[in-house]
Every structure is written in C-alpha cells, then in structure tokens.
Design a binder for this molecule. Structure first.
Ligand code: SAH
Length: 454
C-alpha cells in the first residue's frame, strides 16, 4: 500500500481515458484506476476491488456527473454482453477517442514530431457491420440459449437481436433454437465436455448476400438434420451452404478440423471492391468488409504505384492487400506464416486472374531476409503485422532493401508507434497516419501509415 489507494475504500474519480477493453481509466492522486463502464468525462464514485503495484481496479458505485458523451445503448444487453464494449459512448466520441489514442501513442512511444494524424474514418451506419458471427449454444431451464459470452466469463447471454451482426442472424438463431427445443438436441457443456451442439457460426457475403451456416458439434451424429436443413433453406433462401464442423476436443478453440457439407456449397463468395474472395468455414476473412475497403484503398493510395514496382506484402494473410496491390504493381510478393491462409491466397489470385503475385509460407523474420539474400528488392513495402508488431529482423531487412515507401497497416497503436520510431531512426519518415474504425463499439482501432525514405 505504498501508493495510498486502499482496497474497499471509495474514491471520487474523473474518468479521462479508455483502456484496451473499453474500460474507463482515471487517476487517484496520480495512481491509475480502471473502472468498467466509465466514460471519459464522467465523474464517478469508485469502490476499489483490487490494488496492484502500478494500478488499481474499481467498481463504479455512483455516477456523480455523467460525461456529455454518455448515451443509452440501443442494445438492451450492451452492459453485460462481451460482443461490444463501448455502446454507451456516442459514436462520434468513440471516433474522437480512437484518434486521440493513436496521437498519444505516436507522441509518447514513437516520440515523433510533425506527424499528421487524421480524424478516424468512421462508418455512416456503425451497426450490423460484421460478416461473421460465432454464437455459443447452451441450455438454461431446459430451453436452448444462443448468444454471446458475458464479459470476462463463459456464461451465455441469450440474444434475440444483435445490433452489430447482420439482422438475418436473428432469424437463423430463432430457427435453430426452435429445432433444438423441439427435438431435444443436447447442447455442449464446457465443464463436463458433454452435449452435442457447441457453436453456430454464420458467414455472410455483403456484396453477394450469400449465407453460410456452420453447426459446430461435439460428435458426428446430428439428429433430425434433414429437418433443420429443410427449415433453414426454405425460410432463408440466401443460404448457399450448411456445414457441420466436428470439434470433440475439450478446448476453447471454436472450430475443429473436419467439415462435412450438409447442404449446398463448401464456400460462399464475397467481393471487396472488384476483387472476388472464396470464404470457407475455416478460412480467415476481414470481418468488416465495408471498412476493409476503406483501409485497403488508403494503403493503395499511400503505396502510390505506377505499375513498374516490385512490392512486398508482409503478413499477407489470405492475400487481400496483395491482390489489391497487384492490380497496380509489376510484381507482388506476399509473405505469411499460416500455410492454410497462403492456400486461400493462391486460390483468390487464381479466381481473379491475377498472375503477378508470388506467395511464400513462413515466418516473415526468416522469409524476408532469405528473399533479400537472393537479391530480391522491393520498391514499396506494405506490412500488416499481428498485435505484437513487426519483428526487428523484418524491419531491419526492409531498411536494407531501401524501398522508396513503406505502408504500415496496424491493429495496435502502441507497437505501431514503437516500430515507426525504429524506422524513423533508420531513415524512414512517418508522413501521415489514417486511423480507420473497423470495429465500432469496441476500443480497437486500425491505422494505415505512410512512410517515406528520407
Ligand atoms: N493482411 C491480412 C491480414 C493480416 S493479420 C489481410 O488483410 O487479410 C496478420 C497476419 O500475420 C495473420 O495472417 C497472421 O497469421 C500473420 N503472422 C503472424 N505472425 C507472423 C510471422 N511471424 N510471420 C508471418 N506472418 C505472421
């Protein structure tokens, strides 16, 4: 208790920031306190529940003075459901907070000056934006419940309507619930590892309207499956694919390896811009296709290609950015750790008739230096790393390749700022940063950054 903040005591706190999970952050005499549900601008009474060396956690017991940005969420379970974190904050304020977070990281961690950080590009309609939903299935009082996990638990909140998923999901859930109840199908219990239906996964092509429904089951036999297939396809003709995915492992992983087609195709199709993508049950695809297009168009603008360039797309996933770039470049090299993603990337190149892309499977920190040793050089480099940012070996090899421009796409402003500082020290100036809101009502922010050789 060196800092003076005591467990079980109540303090008056002004919330002035948001944490990674959308929790409010304030200070008690300079000591950081996290309080779930706090909105920057709120003045709240907080009862301290946990005191650690560098911070405390508290529970808001009274809202003394609400922030002007505090609103009533449209979803009735918004304050318990783990699907959203910041529905209680006005959307324009959410965007402002995201911009501020990016600026603060660039200044504090990146120690960069004269960087233009644009306002976060938000959505016109920040609801019903997700193309993929994974609903856990359970039983409560002998009735099926389907929804999302409550925050920080694996208890299911039963959902009738979800405001960030496509509305057709509400209908799919209703049909599946009725089927489970009528035929007394068992649902999976995480504690015992028993019960059949674990999750319902849906994927929707925004441009095509095609729908895939996946039953994830702890076993092979799905009773009365003809009946549920008939119900789904007659009630919802847009369903192009019904799949059973078998996962018998006692694990938090949602999907197993084996898929059985119950009806229709093994994939659905969607477009981002003019590019076509095959989406299968196990493959990764960006969850907000509208904002993905905004982000990738920005990346393409910053890459500023004229058709003569060799471009690297490092951490390329299923090759989405690579294929965007290939339309304007001479040659693109895509590099990605996960072999299955590279298989999808190659398939996506093929169905779009794109031939000037080569994909490499492996860790970027090994593959990029190898390509460099072979004498391959990039005129422009795009990176889109996972949350931990780029490996130093990758950054170092990029610098050695001496490209004219680097475009950094990032889902984590703090590792982004760290890497921008590294590149600045080695001769690459951060010119501008464009934050894009890919996940409204969460604290996540994606950035696209333009760097130029000094
Ligand atoms: N650009 C992609 C997605 C990028 S997400 C798209 O637009 O779809 C980050 C990607 O980095 C993931 O696909 C992940 O599998 C991959 N990855 C993680 N660690 C890696 C490493 N060490 N080397 C190469 N790729 C890696």
């Amino acid at each position: 208790m060196i800092n003076g903040v005591k467990k079980d005591e109540v303090y008056l706190v002004k919330i002035d920031d948001l944490g990674h999970n959308g929790e409010g952050i304030g200070k008690i005499e300079g000591f950081t306190v996290f309080a779930d549900g706090g909105v920057p601008g709120d003045i709240v009474k907080v009862k301290i529940t946990i005191v650690k060396k560098n911070y405390a956690i508290g529970k808001i017991i009274k809202l003394e003075k609400p922030s002007p940005d505090r609103i009533k969420p449209i979803c009735e379970v918004a304050n318990i459901c783990g699907g959203c974190q910041t529905q209680h904050i006005d959307y324009q304020a959410q965007l402002r907070l995201k911009t501020n977070k990016v600026k603060a990281n660039i200044e504090r961690i990146g120690k960069l000056e004269n960087v233009i950080v644009h306002e976060t590009l938000g959505m016109k309609n920040p609801y019903h934006y997700r193309n993929k939903a994974q609903f856990p299935v359970g039983t409560e009082n002998n009735e099926a419940i389907i929804g999302f996990y409550k925050r920080k638990t694996h208890d299911i909140v039963d959902i009738k309507r979800c405001y960030i998923q496509k509305m057709i999901n509400d209908k799919i859930i209703k049909i599946v619930k009725a089927y489970i109840s009528q035929y007394k199908i068992s649902t999976y219990d995480e504690k015992t590892g028993k019960g059949l239906i674990r999750h319902i996964l849906t994927k929707i092509g925004f441009a095509t309207g095609e729908i895939m429904v996946v039953f994830i089951t702890n076993g092979r036999n799905l009773p009365h499956k003809d009946e549920i297939i008939r119900l789904l396809k007659t009630e919802i003709p847009e369903i192009k694919s019904i799949i059973q995915n078998i996962n018998k492992q006692k694990t938090n992983r949602i999907l197993g390896q084996e898929c059985i087609i119950l009806y229709g195709e093994d994939k659905i199709v969607d477009y981002i811009g003019d590019l076509k993508f095959h989406i299968s049950p196990l493959s990764f695809f960006q969850v907000n296709p509208i904002q993905t297009k905004v982000l990738y168009e920005k990346a393409l603008e910053y890459a500023d290609l004229n058709g003569d360039e060799t471009v690297f797309d490092i951490y390329c996933g299923i090759g989405t950015i690579s294929l965007f770039l290939a339309q304007k470049a001479k040659q693109v090299y895509g590099i990605e750790l996960v072999g299955a993603a590279i298989e999808d990337a190659k398939e996506n190149a093929r169905i779009n008739g794109i031939e000037n892309v080569d994909f490499y499977t492996g860790a970027a920190e090994e593959v990029v230096p190898k390509l460099y040793e072979k004498g391959i050089r990039a005129d422009v480099v795009v990176v889109d790393p996972p949350r931990k940012g780029c490996d130093e070996k990758v950054l170092n090899t990029i610098v050695k390749m001496n490209p004219k421009r680097v475009v950094y796409v990032s889902c984590n402003p703090s590792t982004l700022a760290r890497d921008l500082k590294y590149l600045d020290d080695k001769g690459y100036k951060t010119v501008e940063v464009q934050p894009v809101d890919m996940f409204p009502h969460t604290a996540h922010v994606e950035c696209c950054v333009s760097l130029k050789r000094k």
